[in-house]
Design a protein around this ligand. Structure first.
Ligand code: ASP
Ligand code: MG
Length: 412
């Protein structure tokens, strides 16, 4: 039988009624003849609550125990979804990550899926099971301990299952009806895209459009898994949502596909470090070991053999970053005058594969920001995106301004 993966995010399983509503959608697909793998998130808010408890008890927590705690939310919804489907006379069974097993690395709290052996589930499908409900976001390490895949990781679980089981499509049910040119809560002119290329979605996801976890898009691109993002609150229809697919499937698109932002950025500046070979390695090595996700990096001009080094990281990693730098200083590996953390910045980016063949996008972006009097603190670019760090209080204005400047409310 053809297989389909259906993933339900936290708001789609937020209470028993919504779980029933989601189960109804699963029933429709089962009736069409699919064997379905359902991936569930924790009920909305639950993972945050669990993470909050961990942080309260132990701010620099042991990641193994973090995973033991925060993986629990998905176990509840998996069991409830299986029970709901059984009540509808659909043969369904729930599976936690270790039972499948979803084999991951041992990078606790941020593990990667290495392999999903299909044998166990396939056997059950062979015996007449129609729906396997799998707890998203979790797996098992080589040491046999529970792991989690990083926040939003159940998207990655879903795409990985779609790849492993050769599913026709991976439907991601969420509380928005698709992928927009930007966040509709920020710009009322935001427009839903029918299709978006893997590369663009990858940039948008990694730049803070929270609709899909970045890794899930990487996986989808690598294994060419067609992913549909759609709302579980809309009438079921074949045209619903946004299809994330290969570039070749998209005939025409704007030069800029979308505008992403990330509110929780911090700009960290090491004042007066020695400008010598190896200094970047001596700074970013310890940061990486400490689990700090450094994004933008700028080395300022140097004077008298010393320079300032600026980097950005998520605000919730500022403590870790400061500790790593203080430790490196005490060990004599680096020397700096002081570390200045600016936690009031945000990142805004424009993204589009059309930039590969169109010049002038950067100039247009900077001009639009200038017109609004928005100061740019850091700039980085890649082949299909341009990102700027600006004062956080201007973030909404910047997004709206850029959305207007590139006329994203109109499809080509
Ligand atoms: N419940 C987890 C989280 O909130 C995983 C997910 O929903 O994707 O990050
Ligand atoms: Mg999510």
């Amino acid at each position: 039988m053809p297989r389909l993966v259906m993933k339900f995010g936290g708001t789609s399983v937020a209470n028993l009624d919504r779980i029933r509503n989601a189960a109804e959608r699963v029933r429709l697909e089962v009736e069409k003849g699919y064997d379905v793998i359902v991936i569930v998130s924790a009920m909305s808010g639950k993972t945050n609550e669990l993470v909050g408890w961990v942080n309260e008890i132990s701010p620099l927590y042991d990641a193994r125990e973090y995973d033991a705690v925060v993986s629990a939310g998905e176990n509840v919804t998996a069991g409830l979804m299986a029970l709901t489907l059984q009540e509808m006379n659909i043969s369904a069974r729930s599976w936690q990550g270790w039972q499948v097993p979803v084999q991951t690395t041992d990078a606790y709290a941020n593990a990667r899926i290495e392999e999903i052996p299909c044998k166990n589930l396939k056997e059950k499908f062979g015996e007449g099971m129609r729906v396997a409900v799998v707890a998203g976001f979790q797996g098992v390490s080589p040491q046999g301990r529970v792991t989690t895949l990083g926040r939003g990781g159940s998207d990655t679980t879903a795409v990985a299952f779609a790849a492993a089981f050769d599913a026709e499509r991976c439907d991601i049910y969420t509380d928005v009806d698709g992928v927009y040119t930007t966040d509709p809560r920020i710009s009322e002119k935001a427009r839903k895209l029918d299709k978006i290329a893997f590369e663009e979605m990858l940039e948008l996801a990694s730049l803070g459009a929270k609709v899909l976890q970045t890794r899930s898009v990487e996986l989808a691109m690598r294994f060419n898994v067609r992913v549909r993002v759609l709302s579980s609150f809309e009438e079921p229809s074949d045209e619903a949502g946004t299809l994330v697919c290969a570039e070749e499937e998209i005939m025409e698109s704007n030069v800029v596909a979308g505008i992403a932002y990330s509110r929780d950025e911090a700009k960290m500046t090491l004042i007066s470090v020695a400008d010598r070979p190896g200094i970047a390695a001596a700074i970013f090595g310890p940061l990486s070991k400490a689990g700090v996700n450094v994004d933008m990096i700028v080395q300022n001009i140097s004077e008298d053999g010393r320079t300032d080094m600026t980097f950005s990281c998520p605000t919730n990693q500022v403590l870790r970053a400061e500790k790593a730098m203080q430790d490196a200083k005490e060990n004599g590996n680096i020397n700096f005058h002081k570390l200045v953390a600016d936690e009031a910045v945000a990142k805004v980016s424009v993204v589009g594969i059309g930039m590969r063949s169109h010049a002038g996008v950067a100039a247009q972006m900077f001009e639009a920001l200038h017109t609004e009097g928005i100061n740019i603190k850091v700039i980085t670019t890649s082949e299909i995106k341009i990102s700027v760090l600006i004062e956080r209080k201007y973030m909404e204005l910047a997004v709206q301004t850029l959305h207007d400047a590139f006329e994203l409310n109109k499809a080509v």
